[in-house]
Design a protein around this ligand. Structure first.
Ligand code: ADP
Length: 467
């Protein structure tokens, strides 16, 4: 790239120098011609003034020419009718043709002065002719000098012009190289850094450059690489979570399937004769299949909530009747665990799916009952707080340690695996609660102290836009 920029730069430079040389050559030449003409007119005036037109013009001309002009110049006196009266070079002026048709003579007669350049027939070289209408008599005084003189001047100044052009070219070339470097060096550095993108964990370090545009390239590259890294980390994390999820789910399903298979095989082999034992086995098979169905339903619900694909039938859910209905379902289990339920509900409503809200509250309430002790309590409080709907489920049960609080919303995480399983838990309840809260752009908070109890608070914006 550097070579290409330099070559173009040099080409532009050469063109500029060539154009400026041609112009200066042309104007210098033109000016020289003009000043020559003017000095010739002055000489002619002097000659005109010095001549005695009544005397021997031929002799006077020869003398004047000898005294004042260089030998290559020629001076001629022409009558207004075009006849040559005297000429410093030709004595037999009668032999000369009439000069009335000569361009410079015609102009001098018409405008006072005139000039022309042409090949002299008598001298055989290119001449500059300047003619002036005499102020002293009815004559035209004409002077001629070899035109090649001026070309000589031009040839004289040509080396100077060439030298100037050369110096200008050399200086511009140095500047061009420096200028090209200021662009190509940062670009090379930036592209070298950007090649790191092929490595596994690229980290870029860019300098700050003189040109704003180059800094934009480096800043954008840094930002893009940062975003790509974050995206890759997120993908990696999601991949890990998915793998964990599948391994946990298959593990959770394997256990009930094994026991169902065991009971079914025993029944099939006919070893169990006792009807009561048979009934017990069948009851166990049914319980395990119920557990499996619950687990599969919970897994499906989480995946739909995550993908935001849950089929939601929105309606205005009034919280007072909903909570009453939940308490009616929960009372039998609460009685079984000897836990008392308490509720306090403001007459609030929200545009949402009643099924999902029931699931959310029911999970929290049943956890409050399950992880409690006989004589314990579960309090449910629903109220409107600013623009949010606030659902608080508190219990005075076993509580959760600080370490477990951090992991409790993870899928399949259980503090006490045995106890949870015994109670038909899948380890997905709190994960479902969290996902439902997030589905409605809400969130869940937990405060808990081991041995004293736990308090789960779900906050959901009341203004829900249906999607
Ligand atoms: P599970 O099906 O095991 O109940 P959850 O996701 O609902 O699954 O709960 C995860 C774990 O969090 C439970 O196994 C339990 O150990 C703990 N936990 C949940 N709620 C409470 C609570 N109110 N008090 C004490 N521990 C709780």
């Amino acid at each position: 790239m550097k070579r290409a920029i330099l070559l173009r730069f040099v080409a532009i430079l050469m063109l500029a120098l060539a154009v400026s040389s041609v112009f200066s050559y042309y104007f210098i030449g033109k000016n020289m011609l003009k000043s020559n003409r003017e000095s010739m007119i002055n000489t002619i005036h002097v000659v005109d003034y010095s001549l005695d037109y009544g005397g021997d013009l031929q002799m006077q001309l020869s003398r004047l020419h000898e005294a004042t002009m260089d030998e290559k110049s020629r001076i001629t006196i022409i009558g207004e009718d075009g006849t040559v009266v005297a000429d410093n070079e030709i004595e037999q002026v009668d032999s000369l043709e009439n000069h009335l048709e000569r361009e410079e003579v015609r102009e001098a007669l018409a405008h006072g002065s005139g000039f022309a350049t042409r090949n002299s027939e008598s001298l055989g070289e290119s001449m500059l002719y300047v003619a002036v209408h005499s102020k002293e008599g009815p004559y035209i005084v004409r002077m001629a000098v070899p035109y090649t003189n001026m070309l000589d001047y031009m040839i004289l100044i040509f080396p100077v012009l060439l030298l100037g052009t050369g110096i200008a070219f050399a200086m511009s070339a140095v500047i061009a190289v420096r200028f090209t470097n200021t662009i190509t060096t940062p670009l090379n550095e930036i592209s070298r850094e950007m090649e790191k993108v092929r490595s596994d964990n690229p980290s870029f370090t860019f300098k700050t450059y003189k040109y704003k545009e180059l800094n934009v390239i480096s800043a954008t590259t840094m930002k893009m690489s940062e975003e790509i890294r974050e995206h890759m980390d997120r993908l990696e994390k999601e991949k890990r979570i998915r793998q964990e999820f599948f391994s946990n789910a298959s593990h959770e399903l394997k256990t009930p399937i094994t026991s169902v298979k065991g009971y079914a095989e025993l029944l099939d082999q006919g070893f169990v004769k006792d009807e009561a034992v048979k009934k017990d086995f069948i009851a166990r098979i049914l319980k395990e299949t119920d557990n499996m169905t619950n687990l599969i339903n919970d897994i499906l619900m989480i995946s739909r909530l995550e993908a935001k694909e849950a089929e939601v039938t929105y309606s205005t859910v009034r919280m007072v009747p909903l909570l009453t209905e939940i308490f009616e379902s929960a009372e039998p289990i609460a009685a079984e665990y000897q836990v008392t339920l308490h509720k306090e509900c403001e007459p609030v409503s929200i545009e949402a799916s009643a099924k999902q809200l029931r699931e959310l509250i029911m999970n929290l309430v049943s956890n409050g009952i399950k992880y409690n002790h006989p004589g314990g309590n579960v309090w449910v409080e629903i109220c409107s707080k600013g623009t949010d709907l606030c659902i608080r489920v508190r219990d005075d049960g076993c509580g959760i340690s600080r370490e477990d609080q951090e992991r409790i919303f993870e899928r399949f995480y259980r503090v006490d695996k045995g106890r949870s399983k015994k109670m038909g838990g899948t380890g997905l309840g709190l994960s479902i609660v969290k996902h439902i809260a997030e589905f409605y752009n809400g969130h869940i908070e937990l405060e808990s102290e081991p041995g004293k109890g736990s308090c789960f608070t779900v906050t959901i914006p009341e203004n829900q836009t249906k999607s």
